[in-house]
Design a protein around this ligand. Structure first.
Ligand SMILES: [Fe+2]
Length: 349
C-alpha cells in the first residue's frame, strides 16, 4: 500500500481552486472584451458576461472567505477597468453605469466574504461543541476508571495519522478519529464490580465485559453524525483472523477504521506503563505488531503502520501530553474569588 500525505492533496486542491477562479475571470473578461459594446444582438451576451463576474467572486468567498473574495474583486477590477476606460471613453452616462458595476463587484465581494466567514465560524463553533461533548463522555469514563484520557487522545491521534497515510481524508477520517476516541465508551455500562476489579475476571464477568463494544455503539445512537464512529466502537475488539469479539468478523468484514484502531490500540498499550506490564520500546512494539499481521491485524494496515518513522510516533504522543488542558474549578471562578481560593489553597499547603 502506498503512503500518501494530505499536504500534497491539499496543495493540489488549493491550486485547482485558484486556477478555477482565475480561469473563470479570464474567460469572462475575454468574452466581455470580444463581444460588441455597440447595439448588436451579441450586446446582450456582453451584459450577461459582465454580470457573470459575480461567479468567481462567490467561488472565492466560499473557498477563501473575505480575503479570497476581495482578491477576486481586485483581479476583476484589473481587467474590467481598462475595458471601461477604453471602450466607453468620454461617454459620461455609460461610464457612470459601468462604474456602478464596480460597486456591485466590490459590494458583493465584501458581503459574500463576510457572510461566508461568519457561517464558517458558526459551523466551527458547533463542531467544537460536538467534539467537546464527545471528549466529555470519554472523561466521564476515565474519571470512573481512575485513568487519564491520554490513552484515548493518543489512539485518536495515532489512528488519524495512519488513516492519513492510507489516503483516508475528510469526514471519513474525522469519523474514524471519533471512533478511536470513544472506543471504550461502552464500559460506562459495565458494573463497577467488574470494571474496577483488581484480580482476574471470571468467565461470567468476561461475558459482561465483552458487551462493552455493543453498549458503546448503542450510546452513540443518540449522538448525531457518529454512525461511522459507532462502527469502529462496535468492532474495535474484532481480529483479522476472525477470533475477536463480539461478532468474530474476519478480514475486510471488519470496518477499516476498526482495523486501523486495533493496531494503534495495541501499539499504545505496549508502549505505555500499565499495572500488569512495563512499557516496551517503540521498535519492540512495532515488531510485535508486525508479527501479528494476518492474525490479529490487517497486513495492509500493518504495512502502512511500520513505514511510519519512530520519531513521528514520539512527536504525536508528545503533542498530546503538551496539549492536554485540564481546567480546575478554580480556573473557572471569577477573578477575585479565584485569587482568594488560590491563596487559600496555597496557605493550606
Ligand atoms: Fe475495549
Amino acid at each position: 500500500m502506498t503512503i500518501h500525505t494530505t499536504e500534497p492533496l491539499n496543495t493540489r486542491k488549493r491550486r485547482i481552486r485558484i486556477g478555477v477562479i482565475f480561469f473563470a475571470v479570464a474567460l469572462i473578461a475575454l468574452g466581455h472584451w470580444r463581444t460588441p459594446v455597440a447595439p448588436h444582438w451579441l450586446h446582450g451576451m456582453h451584459i450577461l458576461l459582465r454580470k457573470s463576474f459575480l461567479i468567481p467572486i462567490l467561488l472565492a468567498a466560499v473557498w477563501y472567505n473575505l480575503r479570497g473574495a476581495l482578491l477576486a474583486a481586485l483581479a476583476i477590477s484589473f481587467v474590467f477597468l481598462p475595458h471601461v476606460l477604453i471602450q466607453w471613453r468620454g461617454q459620461v452616462q455609460e461610464n457612470a453605469n459601468q462604474f456602478g458595476e464596480f460597486v456591485t463587484i466590490w459590494g458583493s465581494a465584501v458581503l459574500a466574504g463576510w457572510l461566508v466567514g461568519k457561517e464558517k465560524s458558526a459551523l466551527g463553533k458547533l463542531s467544537q461543541t460536538h467534539e467537546g461533548a464527545l471528549v466529555a463522555l470519554v472523561r466521564a469514563l476515565d474519571a470512573r476508571e481512575h485513568n487519564t484520557q491520554l490513552h484515548s487522545l493518543r489512539v485518536r491521534a495515532f489512528a488519524e495519522h495512519i488513516a492519513k497515510g492510507m489516503g483516508i481524508d475528510g469526514d471519513a477520517r474525522m469519523e474514524l478519529a471519533r471512533g478511536a476516541l470513544l472506543h471504550d465508551i461502552g464500559k460506562i455500562g459495565v458494573p463497577d464490580s467488574i470494571l474496577l476489579k483488581k484480580g482476574p475476571l471470571t468467565s461470567g464477568e468476561w461475558r459482561i465485559m465483552r458487551k462493552h463494544p455493543e453498549i458503546g455503539s448503542r450510546i452513540l445512537e443518540s449522538v448525531p453524525y457518529t454512525d461511522e464512529a459507532a462502527l469502529v466502537v462496535c468492532a474495535h475488539h474484532e481480529k483479522y483472523d476472525g477470533t475477536g469479539y463480539p461478532r468474530g468478523l474476519k478480514g475486510d468484514e471488519i470496518p477499516v477504521g476498526a482495523r486501523i484502531f486495533a493496531i494503534v490500540d495495541a501499539f499504545d498499550a505496549l508502549t505505555s506503563d500499565r499495572p500488569y506490564q512495563s512499557a516496551v520500546t517503540i521498535a519492540e512494539a512495532v515488531e510485535t505488531i508486525r508479527n501479528d499481521a494476518g492474525s490479529h491485524f490487517d497486513p495492509n494496515v500493518v504495512a502502512v503502520f511500520v513505514s511510519v518513522p519512530e520519531e513521528k510516533w514520539r512527536q504525536i504522543a508528545d503533542s498530546i501530553e503538551t496539549n492536554d488542558f485540564d481546567p480546575t474549578c478554580e480556573a473557572r471562578l471569577p477573578g477575585p474569588i479565584r485569587r482568594r481560593e488560590v491563596a487559600r489553597l496555597e496557605e493550606s499547603n
